[in-house]
Design a protein around this ligand. Structure first.
Ligand SMILES: Cc1cc2nc3c(=O)[nH]c(=O)nc-3n(C[C@H](O)[C@H](O)[C@H](O)COP(=O)(O)O)c2cc1C
Length: 307
């Protein structure tokens, strides 16, 4: 019997849906047991979020400051053959509940010398969060052997609007009747997720994960757009600076930092809106001007290594 532990957090259920679509055939296999652990913060994060709550979560998320978590139900000393960490990026960082779990003593006991596969379901900006995840896993002595990312396939500006309608307005369906539904499409999950799972299944049985990520990439498990690579590059530098600027004015949800949070809540969507067209042009030119570098970066972010 091969044992998989899936650690996940989800607000709307999207991430759970993505994982179970991936593991569809593994769950049916009598030689495999799949155990799910739904991480729960002591104080739940709101969903839908109010405008202030949403942007107030930014500084602690970016700086990786842990929140209190409810005790986990799995036994961290049990010898799982594979651990799947399913998470979403928040503000280009690992979402706060998952990030908090990764800093717990249970994570240290569970993940040491374990094979790990990460699965993300998000809007479309996950590169920086995954880099942070790689750093955590390296520190914990875990071996990252695969990564699958499910993203919203709409254009960047469209999904910026629909993710905000979704997270702040709780709009699960077509926003205003004209925008596409936010999130990872059910069709994509039904059609291709199980294929990625089947690749994992073979490796789980043989115990040999070498070359798995290349296979996943070749099957379409990773999708990277150069313009988002550039945008994330800017965010990676600027976000920690602004997070510290807010943190200086007080702890989470304190009144003292509210003005700075509000400014951020206006500035972030505005900057994305204004910068997007320019970055879209640059990103079309980059692969032509610097084909080698663009390919190297895309290959790097498609992989599981940490540079
Ligand atoms: C506070 C917050 C910040 C987010 N930041 C990002 C981000 O930086 N990149 C991204 O691709 N998606 C981002 N998202 C969207 C999430 O990755 C995810 O798609 C959404 O929260 C639904 O996931 P869930 O219901 O499974 O938790 C963010 C969502 C929230 C709530």
């Amino acid at each position: 019997m091969k044992k998989i532990l899936v650690i996940y957090f989800t607000q709307s259920g999207q991430l759970h849906k993505a994982v179970s679509a991936t593991l569809k055939n593994l769950e049916k296999d009598s030689e495999i047991s799949v155990q799910y652990e739904n991480l729960q913060p002591k104080t739940p994060f709101p969903f839908p979020w109010s405008y202030i709550q949403f942007f107030d979560a930014f500084p602690e998320t970016v700086q990786g400051i842990p929140c209190e978590m409810q005790p986990v139900k799995f036994n961290p000393d049990e010898n799982f053959d594979l651990v799947i960490i399913a998470y979403q990026p928040w503000f280009l960082s690992v979402s706060r509940p998952v990030n908090s779990f990764l800093q717990s003593p249970e994570a240290a006991r569970l993940l040491k010398n374990k094979k790990v596969i990460t699965i993300l379901a998000c809007r479309n900006m996950w590169l920086n969060a995954q880099e942070k995840m790689k750093v955590h896993l390296k520190k914990l002595g875990a071996d990252l052997v695969g990564n699958i990312t499910y993203v919203d396939r709409s254009g960047n500006l469209t999904s910026l609007i629909t993710v905000l309608a979704f997270a702040l307005g709780g709009v699960q369906d077509k926003f205003l009747g004209i925008f596409p539904k936010y999130g990872v499409s059910d069709e994509e999950l039904n059609q291709s997720a199980w294929k990625f799972g089947d690749l994992i299944k073979d490796r789980l049985k043989s115990g040999d994960y070498s070359g798995l990520q290349q296979q996943l990439v070749a099957s379409g498990a990773i999708n990277i757009k150069p313009n988002l690579m550039i945008m994330e590059g800017r965010g990676k530098v600027l976000f920690p600076l602004y997070a510290n600027f807010i943190l200086k004015k007080g702890a989470a949800s304190s009144r003292g930092r509210r003005t700075r949070v509000r400014i951020f809540g206006i500035a972030l969507p505005t900057v994305i809106l204004l910068a997007s067209p320019l970055i879209a042009i640059i990103s079309r030119l980059l692969p032509l001007l610097f084909p080698g570098k663009t390919k190297r970066e895309t290959d790097y972010y498609s992989g599981t290594e940490l540079r």
